[in-house]
Structures are given as C-alpha cells and as structure tokens.
Write a protein that binds this ligand. Structure first.
Ligand code: CUA
Length: 313
C-alpha cells in the first residue's frame, strides 16, 4: 500500500500537515455527528401509528444562536491559522539561496547563480532557505514538491517565487501541477537535497562558462546596452549601478520598486515605466533575448553595486 502522505522534508511540512489534520478532524467530527443524529432522530421520532401527527415546532432561539456562533468561531480559527501558514509560505527569509526556474512545454530548467544549469533535476543544500524565482517560456505551469508542501504557479511574462528549506537529504518528486498540454503528466523532475559539503562539491563541478551574472555581463556588452547605460551617470539611459532594491521615481510621478520583474519589464517593454529625467528612447528587446538570457541580464544588473562618488571636475 502506498504511504498516505508524502515524506515531510521541509520546515513548512509539519505546519501544513497540522492545519490539514485539523480540517480533516473537524470534517470527520461533524460528518459523524450529523449522520449519527439523522439516524438517531429518524428512529426516535418514527411514525408509530398511521394517525400520528407531528408536533408543530416554531424555532428555538438558543439553537439558532448556537449553530450560528459555533461555526463562526470554528471558521475564524481556520481563517487565522490558514492565513498564518499562508504568510509564512509566501514570505521568504531575508537571506535565501536564489535559483531561477524556467518552465516550458514540457521540461523544467534550473539556473544556479554560480552558472550551473540543470534540466528536470534541482540540487539544493539541506538546512538552507532556497528561493525559486520562476517564469515560463510558453503557458502556465506550476512547481509542486509534495515533500516540501509547496506549490506555486509559473506564469509567462512575469516572475513568481516560492521558497523552502529542506530538512533532510534525499531525492524528492517535483511535479507540474497545472495542466499545460499533451505531455503535462511527463513534466516531472527531482529535487536532490544534499549535505552542504556535498553541495559545494557538486557546485564546483562543471560550469566552465562562469557565473550567471558574468554571462549577463557579456550579453550586456554584446547587446550594446553599455553604450547608453554607462557606469558614470553620463549615459542616455539611467545608471544601473545600485539600482536593484531601490525605489525608482518615474516620469509620470509614480514610483516603482526595482525588483526582478521591473528589470525584466524594462528590458522587454522599456516604454512601460520611464525613469524620471530620461527620454523613452530605449528599443525593446522582446524576441531578441530568451527567458534564460533575461535571467542572466537581471542577475548582472542585480550584481552592480553602487559606485563610490567620483568627483567630476
Ligand atoms: Cu507544465 Cu503541466
């Protein structure tokens, strides 16, 4: 017989299961109670003679209050508990190991910051919070790792995230949990959780092409981004050093947080959010760069630290 529950292999698993068991217990308790009462009263108040007429009942105040307030309290407990688990799942810790995920019909591509790339297999260290920054090349997919109790949609045209901290080494199933076409059921993979020392060894093997940020830097040169986004603030485009994580003032008076999605959008659709003080002269790179190249560019821009002030006499 297959096990009823997948293994618990993340810090979130026990919390998700506790809530699930609570819901299950409430469901079972009320199902049995109601079914039992139906049978009990059906027998107790059965018609005993053909002429019998039931007594007319005109409501009961305390009964009404009881079955309104009782379920309200129970659902509020479910709501608060569920919300707290949801917030914990959707708020990654400040320090995470970031890994990019690109889904496409029908495979998963994983890109580590040190340059390693994998397909349908994801190596991560145990005991470290990992954040997946995910996008799709075509339709909606969904990364589901039952042993970690995490599941999140992967959408074309934007980044979504999910995070986990694996608690024991091993190999865990990864499924696509959003119907995405003929081979949806084959869009599966494995998360390989390793001891930190083994993970370091794994990381150092291969990846001769260098880090993701360095691949992005090369693209940045090849696409001639550097001619306008110059590091000396004299360029025709905004300075990118120190941009990531800042709040950017836009030409229309609004502001935007410079996160991965903003950078991606600004490469593909530069006219969407014009930085205050600049002209909308940047061409679009839609169709010229793949999702994976975009990730490299985003990572390169993230790596650009603010430069020390240089006097310009
Ligand atoms: Cu990808 Cu279902």
């Amino acid at each position: 017989m297959p096990p009823l529950f997948p293994e618990r292999a993340s810090t979130m698993a026990a919390r998700v299961d506790a809530l699930y068991f609570f819901l299950l217990a409430i469901g079972i308790f009320f199902s049995l109670l109601i079914a039992g009462l139906i049978v009990f009263y059906a027998i107790k108040y059965r018609r005993r003679s053909p002429e019998a007429v039931g007594a007319a009942i005109h409501g009961g105040l305390w009964l009404e209050i009881g079955w309104s307030v009782g379920p309200l309290l129970i659902t509020m407990v479910i709501f608060v508990w569920g919300a707290s688990v949801f917030f914990a799942m959707s708020t990654p810790p400040a320090e995470t190991l970031n890994i990019y995920v690109v889904g496409k019909q029908w495979m998963w591509k994983f890109q580590h910051l040190d340059g390693q790339r994998e397909i349908n297999e994801l190596h991560v260290p145990v005991g470290r919070a990992v954040k997946l920054i995910m996008t799709s090349e075509d339709v909606i997919h969904d990364v589901f790792v039952p042993a970690f109790r995490i599941k999140a949609d992967v959408l074309p045209g934007r980044y979504t995230t999910e995070w986990f901290e694996a608690t024991k080494p091993g190999r865990y199933h990864l499924f696509c949990a959003e119907y995405c076409g003929t081979r949806h059921s084959g869009m599966i993979g494995e998360v390989v959780v390793m001891e930190p020392s083994e993970y370091q060894v794994w990381l150092s093997g291969g990846a001769p092409e260098g880090s993701l940020a360095s691949a992005g830097e090369k693209l940045f040169q090849d696409l001639a981004c550097v001619t306008c986004h110059r590091p000396d603030s004299q360029g025709r485009g905004p300075l990118l050093q120190g941009l990531f994580g800042k709040t950017v003032a836009l030409a229309n008076g609004a502001t935007v947080a410079a996160d991965e999605s903003y950078i991606r959008e600004s490469i593909l659709n530069p006219g969407a959010k014009i930085t205050a003080g600049f002209q909308p002269i940047m061409p679009t790179f839609q169709g010229l760069v793949s999702e994976e190249q975009l990730l490299a560019l985003v990572e390169y821009i993230k790596s650009l630290k603010p430069q020390p002030e240089v006097s310009t006499k």
